[in-house]
Design a protein around this ligand. Structure first.
Ligand code: ZN
Ligand code: FE
Length: 260
């Protein structure tokens, strides 16, 4: 178990080169869910080794590295799949989807509550999930440690709006994102924002953490609000890039796309 909130245990399962699938198990009701099943066999093994079943599969978006396990896991455990309404309408979620989500929809898991936050940009159907009681934010490929997802389907305007929704969440939220990209994003942050007060100390702490723990996820949303360049597009620090925050965001995103 990696994190605990009341009767909920959260397991971070690193898969592929840098994906995270998240398993949440309620010790009282024995109910279990997975967010973004990146693989099938590794997750089946993990779930069986723990003696769990799997009640629910939640997908933040349709990309294969977030949904690849849907079908096998559903076949094996008869799990329900929950995904965004948009992605289901586009018929791009593998497996039988039981329920769909649009912005603001809430659903219960074992007496706790998830809220869907529609965050188009990386893809147009992307949703993030906030476990409200614990302030655990599952941000998929929208918000990463010090970074954000590439704009495969959305425009800078759309993504900037989505990031502002996440920025409005409580400071103490823990950001459980879809990939371990933080240290590579940190190089970009150092490049565009080396003089940002406090940044250097934060980057040092991340490197230390990666050395000790082998990962930098989750991060605190307060740190993302302070140091993630993509959440600072309307901050005076980036004034030189323009007056329109969405355009500043677009500029930063484009610089990152070409950053080596
Ligand atoms: Zn993706
Ligand atoms: Fe991904």
């Amino acid at each position: 178990m990696d994190y605990r909130y009341k009767s909920l245990d959260l397991y971070m399962v690193p898969l592929r080169s840098d994906n995270y699938s998240y398993i949440i198990h309620d010790r009282e009701t024995k109910k279990t869910l997975v967010i973004d099943p990146s693989e099938n066999e590794a997750l089946v093994t993990f779930i069986k080794d723990k003696g769990f079943s799997l009640d629910l599969i939640i997908d933040t978006h349709h990309h294969d590295d977030h949904t690849h396990g849907n079908i096998s896991l559903q076949d094996m455990f008869k799990s329900e799949i929950i995904a965004s309404r948009y992605d289901q309408d586009k018929n791009r979620i593998p497996g039988q989807v039981g329920r769909t989500l649009k912005d603001g929809d809430r659903f219960e898991f074992s007496g706790y509550h998830f809220r869907a936050i529609s965050t188009a940009g990386h893809t147009l159907g992307h949703v993030c999930l906030l476990l409200e009681e614990a302030n655990w934010l599952f941000s998929g490929d929208t918000l990463f440690g010090l970074g954000c997802g590439r704009l495969f389907e959305g425009t800078p305007e759309i993504m900037w709006e989505s990031l502002q929704k996440l920025r409005a969440l409580p400071d103490d939220s823990l950001v459980f994102c879809g990939h371990e990209y933080t240290l590579s994003n940190a190089r970009f942050a150092r490049h565009v924002a080396s003089n940002l007060p406090g940044l250097k100390g934060y980057l040092d702490s991340l490197e230390k953490r990666f050395k000790e723990e082998g990962r930098t996820v989750p991060s605190r949303l307060s740190d993302e609000k302070a140091f993630n360049p993509f959440l600072l597009a309307d901050h005076p620090f980036f004034k030189s890039l323009g007056d329109d925050p969405a355009a500043v965001f677009g500029n930063l995103r484009k610089q990152k796309d070409n950053f080596k």
